[in-house]
Design a protein around this ligand. Structure first.
Ligand code: EPS
Length: 403
């Protein structure tokens, strides 16, 4: 079983993560991890903080001469902004008076956090609930992503909409109609979308979105949006129907929903399916060489909680950022007066970053169930188990069904 923990506050000294359970002998470098950290920081509409930080992970353990040892991998990402926050965030004694925050921002974790943890300062809620934590996740999950690359499993994403501005649906149609080029890899989507400042695939849409963000910035408002995350090369048989916690779709939904500000997760054409006839929904099974495929991929690559071998398609919705420069109403907890909420430096839009984080979390979920099936202490052992399975797949059906 693989697992990871993250630790660190948004304006604390650093973020850390410990990743455990991956096989030995995988090539893993800081450059690889940092390339994904950099992608998470991009996107038009982010706030000033991203100009301060250049997220880089230092590998502290679990890797020797660029190869994993099978032991826990610990990673450190320093917060450059720490210098400005030492007095406010020190783990040591309070040396100076620090103003307590008493006005919760609607939509943020401020109010529930102080209620739950018995805090006398909303700062204590803000710090750990901040999406800054996702930098540590992207670092941790890049180990999973690296692992999946050994099996040609590729992950990519793009932004479908921001502030209600959608593309023409060309790519979604291709995905759901299972009409992708033979050599299509999900990473191709990221290579394309990473070229756009808002990670969309359509130039026309990009311009409209950037104009809207400019307008929203002026007004002190924020935006959310929808995005797609796709995985290709996932073999048939990952996940299971035998128990609720072994289902690949529930595992994925859990990990994507755990990302800050995500409010909905959909597998395949989920919500649309609910409005259609069964005959117009289910993916017909067709012969493909000696094996099988599906005419379409509305199920998003998962049936009965198990991967079908077709691309895994996940869509998610991120709500608008909760910190507003033109704030809405709240209550000052120190006076119990109705008042407008506090302003705090923040992003205006973070949907492009959210899609990168979702790639990372999808990689984690896939690696988790993949390793549960194939196991192995070294990457060579895992690879041998995997190759053996793939070779025998068709033979198995032939032996069991042909007379
Ligand atoms: C965030 C507020 C902003 C964002 C932050 C998430 O940070 P700050 O308050 O320092 O300006 O930039 O995101 C990150 C720091 C990051 O790395 O993604 C919040 O309140 O959730």
């Amino acid at each position: 079983m693989i697992r990871f923990l993250t630790a660190g506050e948004s304006h604390g000294k650093a973020l850390t993560t410990v990743v455990e359970g991956f096989p030995s002998n995988m090539i893993l470098t800081e450059d690889y991890i940092n390339s994904h950290l950099k992608r998470r920081q991009a996107g038009y509409g982010r706030g000033l903080r991203m100009k301060i930080e250049t997220d880089t992970a230092e590998i502290l353990s679990g890797v020797r001469f660029e190869k994993t040892l099978g032991s826990p991998i610990s990673l450190l990402i320093k917060n450059s902004d720490w210098e400005n926050w030492i007095n406010k965030m020190t783990a040591g004694k309070k040396e100076t008076e620090v103003e307590k925050i008493s006005i919760p921002r609607p939509g943020h974790a401020d109010l529930v956090g102080i209620s739950k943890y018995n805090f006398d300062d909303i700062r204590n809620s803000i710090e750990r609930s901040s999406a800054r934590e996702t930098a540590a996740r992207v670092a941790a999950c890049s180990v999973a992503r690296r692992f999946l690359e050994y099996f040609d499993i590729s992950i990519g994403s793009y932004v479908e909409s921001i502030g209600g501005i959608y593309s023409d649906g060309y790519f979604e149609e291709k995905l759901f109609n299972n009409d992708l080029p033979q050599n299509f890899k999900a990473w191709d989507l990221s290579e394309l979308s990473d070229k756009s400042e808002v990670r969309v695939l359509d130039k026309n849409q990009e311009e409209k979105i950037i104009d809207l963000i400019k307008d929203v910035k002026k007004k002190g408002d924020t935006l959310g949006g929808n995005f797609y995350v796709v995985a290709t090369g996932v073999p048939v048989g990952i996940g299971s129907f035998v128990h609720y916690d072994k289902r690949l779709d529930s595992e994925i939904a859990n990990s994507i929903m755990s990302i800050n500000a995500v409010k909905a997760v959909e597998i395949g054409s989920g919500f649309k399916m609910a409005d259609e006839f069964g005959s117009k929904t289910h993916d017909e099974i067709i012969k493909k060489g000696k094996s099988f495929s599906r005419k379409t991929n509305r199920a998003g690559g998962i049936e009965g909680g198990i991967s079908t071998g077709l691309p895994i398609i996940v869509r998610a919705a991120m709500k608008p950022i909760a910190t507003l420069m033109s704030p809405i109403e709240s209550v000052d907890l120190s006076t119990m007066e109705q008042i407008v909420s506090r302003r705090e430096r923040s992003d205006f839009v973070a949907v492009p970053a959210c899609a990168v984080i979702a790639e990372s979390m999808l990689a984690w979920s896939l690696a988790k169930l993949f390793l549960e099936k194939f196991g192995g202490d070294s990457i060579q052992e895992t690879k041998a188990n995997f190759d053996n399975y793939v070779i025998n797949l068709n033979q198995q059906i032939e032996n069991n069904f042909r007379k």
